[in-house]
Design a protein around this ligand. Structure first.
Ligand code: ATP
Length: 256
């Protein structure tokens, strides 16, 4: 049971008409690991991410989460399975306060750290006191106390990114999906983000999958890197292995 990967992507394909956005991609993600998913533009990263958060259903193949298929779950029930996500384009509500934005994520939660149980048991509804506790803790954890009661609109982009993280963590995910978390951040903010992501993994027992263009961040924080190109997995391994892989170098130099 413990030896099975938390996430197992099995031979998934996604076809849009004649376009094979994904074509037989497989990989596993162990509990507690950080996996970086990279690839040149159009490689299929967003498509794969959207399959994991169940916005898309693969044309074929399966996705197992803690041993059970995710494909029978609609997108709105993925969070209760223990999967949280952030969005490439900020998905904060601008008129709501930071606190209320985080509350949205806290209203329901996966009911256990053991995702295999969470897949079978009904979603836990938290009471208001529990929600307050979760939100307060995350405000503290993500250093948002100073802005907690301000509306999200007008806050710096880097702060809103932390609000997004807090909102995603509020459902107590077992697996956290980060969609280009470094997008729009400056160099120092990216360094800080990298430390924060590792800390979240270490402190909160969260397994993390990120899609990211910022190569230095991916290589600095990932345990495993999976490289896609033209919808296929062309490489997988430690950052050092992947960086030295001639196929990967070729793909990024642009001759595919
Ligand atoms: P980027 O780094 O540019 O975001 P990506 O690796 O995320 O790229 P995808 O967005 O997954 O790549 O796209 C993979 C392929 O599938 C591309 O050829 C893209 O044009 C195509 N594609 C993606 N979504 C759709 C769609 N809804 N309908 C048709 N084709 C699509």
């Amino acid at each position: 049971q413990d030896r099975q990967p938390l996430l197992s992507v099995r031979d998934i394909a996604v076809h849009f008409g004649g376009i094979k956005a994904l074509d037989g991609v497989s990989f596993g993600l162990e509990r507690g690991q950080i996996l970086g998913l990279i690839g040149p533009n159009g490689a299929g990263k967003t498509t794969l991410f959207n399959c994991l958060s169940r916005l898309y259903t693969p044309t074929s193949g399966d996705i197992l989460f803690a041993g059970a298929t995710l494909l029978d779950r609609p997108a709105h029930r993925v969070a209760e399975s223990g999967i949280g996500r952030t969005f490439q384009n900020l998905a904060t509500f601008s008129r709501l306060s930071v606190r209320d934005n985080i509350r949205i994520g806290a209203h329901s939660a996966s009911n256990s750290d053991i995702a295999s149980d969470a897949l079978r048991l009904p979603w836990v509804r938290r009471n208001e006191a529990e929600i307050d506790g979760v939100v307060d803790e995350l405000i503290d954890y993500l250093e948002l106390a100073r802005v907690a009661d301000m509306p999200a609109s007008g806050l710096p982009f880097g702060t809103l990114k932390r609000v997004e993280l807090a909102r995603a963590l509020a459902s107590k995910p077992t697996l956290l999906l980060l969609d280009e978390p470094a997008g729009g951040l400056n160099h120092d903010e990216i360094t800080e983000l990298g430390e924060r992501i590792r800390k979240i993994r270490d402190d909160r027992n969260v397994t993390i999958l990120l899609v990211e263009h910022h190569m230095n961040l991916v290589m600095a924080i990932s345990d495993i890197v999976v490289v896609l190109n033209f919808g296929r997995k062309i490489s997988e391994g430690s950052p050092a292995t992947v960086q030295a892989d001639p196929e990967v170098i070729r793909a990024y130099l642009g001759d595919g």
